[in-house]
Ligand binder design. Sequence first.
Ligand SMILES: Nc1ncnc2c1ncn2[C@@H]1O[C@H](COP(=O)(O)OP(=O)(O)O)[C@@H](O)[C@H]1O
Ligand SMILES: [Mg+2]
Length: 641
Amino acid sequence: MPEESQRPRFSLRALREDEKALDTRASLADLETDIDYRRTFHVIGRSVLFVRYVWLRYVISFASHLARENLTIVLAPWIGKILIDHVVLGAPVEDATGYPSFLVPAIEMLEGASVGAILFWVVLCSVAGLVASLAHGYVMTLFDTRLTQSIAHLVRCRLFGGVQALPMTKLDDQPIGDSVYRVVNDTRVIPDVIGTVLIQPVSAVFAFAVALVTLQSAYSDSPVVAVFAVGALPMYVLVIVPFSRMLRRRSQAVIAAQSAFTSNIEEGMDNMLAVQALGATATERERFRKDSAESFKRIRFSGLAFDVAGTLLEIATQVMVWGFTVYVVAQVIFGGFSPGDFVVVLGYFALMREPAEKLAYLWIGLQGDAARARRVFAMLDAPPEAETGRSALPPIEAGVSFRDVGFVYPDGRRALRDVTFNARLGQILAIVGPTGAGKTTLAYLIPRYHTASEGQVLIDGHDVNDVSLESLRGQTSYVFQETQTVNESILENIRLGKPDANTEEVERAARDAGIHDFIVGTPDGYDTLLGTSTSKLSVGQKQRIGIARGLLKDSRILILDEPTAALDPETERHVVGALREAARNRIVIIIAHRLSTVALADHVVFLDDGRVMEQGTHAELMDREDGNYRRFVDLQTESVD
Ligand SMILES: Nc1ncnc2c1ncn2[C@@H]1O[C@H](COP(=O)(O)OP(=O)(O)O)[C@@H](O)[C@H]1O
Ligand SMILES: [Mg+2]
């Protein structure tokens, strides 16, 4: 039947490929998403190591939980025995046997008591135990929340620092949404893993041991009881281990889908205007709907996988419980067990089997945690921007020189070759050329946002690779092509690079950048809050904020990437005047298109296709009859005419 054959058949390979594709979309910077056992133990181990920052509080919490669990284990089953032997069956307390030594004084107190009195004491003790246990639980919840949150906080801050320190080329491959997802969601598993690995198994094993010792001292002639209970753990291990890898895969698949739609939100909000203008809101919604539906599907699938694992554990449990119950019933009928023993032995069996079951469930849970923890460490381990500098760059006194500099992007694209020029303190250097010529790439080499592939970038004779990034960037201001604002007031936005600048300094910079009058004209003035993708400001206004920022941070090198592109002629003249003034004790490097901006430069470097085609003063270059620069300028003047 044609319809039948057209229906896509389920194929594991197609599923894997599908998942790899989504992993790639989630983050190109982190593609090794498969986790084998070695990696699993590795990330779990590293997560656990975070405990060292709060170890004392962990010890307190641990001891407290342990005490509570073991008190319950030691006392609870005997209450059942007292009830059945002395209340239900009415056997006299004097003849009682089989109680552990620590209970004997309490039992002796009950000697001669009536059935009603025994019942009263049993109920009273149980209620008191319950109240104490509830109160303890409440206090511990508060204590543990603080504990886990302080670890989560620590990991989050580290990871954010790690993301910030990524080199620019790596950041290009790392969607913001995925970073957000890692910092907000993935980091939360680290304290979970610590609890899962450090507290719960240890207390489970402890509980197991206490139950075993108590039981053996009471029923030393029936080793079968202990054998049954001890056998529970290997049984669970056999059931659960074959599933582990699959569970990790399912978890990773869910995370990738969720990270992808987090990125959808971020990108959609960031480009809202473009999306609306192009009438693409429906397309964007559909993209989001698809990714969200995919995540929904994967969550169900992963939930199913975890449920199947849980069901297998449950089946194993039932097999063990029924096998053991049959054995104990036989002992009561044919052997030496009293009906009270039936309760005690079954109770202890449960107390020993449960820790084993708990360990098995912990292991299941850890598989999902490992998938998230891997993402946290992958980002923490991503090599930060290489700090190759050994010494600090002394205050700049001479200038910047490029010597045969070439640059190739990681994808193999060459953006610059054989670039050589000099810029001196007190000069304005203009870098001119068509779009895609490599102007921005060139400027990025100075504060070492990128590192030159060939040749040398020298400042006062020091190779920028040999000086510390802090000293280098502390002496450079970079006004980017697109000014990004932070979620703060205009005042804070301007003094981003010099947080201790006073209001007068900020206002002076704003005046020089031609934005002061606009700011004081707004209702809130310098206190106006800007968002990150604010539409409160025009592109030109944002650009002027950027220029003010660059002027305020009073550093020796000021680089401006097409700063006047969106300015009206009058503002441009004003800003250019301010730059001229600023260049008196600075090196101003300005990437520009406009003749009016370029003409004021002391030196012009004309770049095309990554090469310096010509350089000299504006007048010198205009004198060349068929020079590239002159043609470039003529084209502009013609288009104005
Ligand atoms: N991250 C990148 N990876 C690969 N190629 C890039 C990257 N950034 C820019 N390029 C390429 O390098 C060339 C120069 O870009 P750029 O320096 O931004 O030019 P300009 O600023 O002169 O317009 C362009 O061909 C551009 O496509
Ligand atoms: Mg550019």
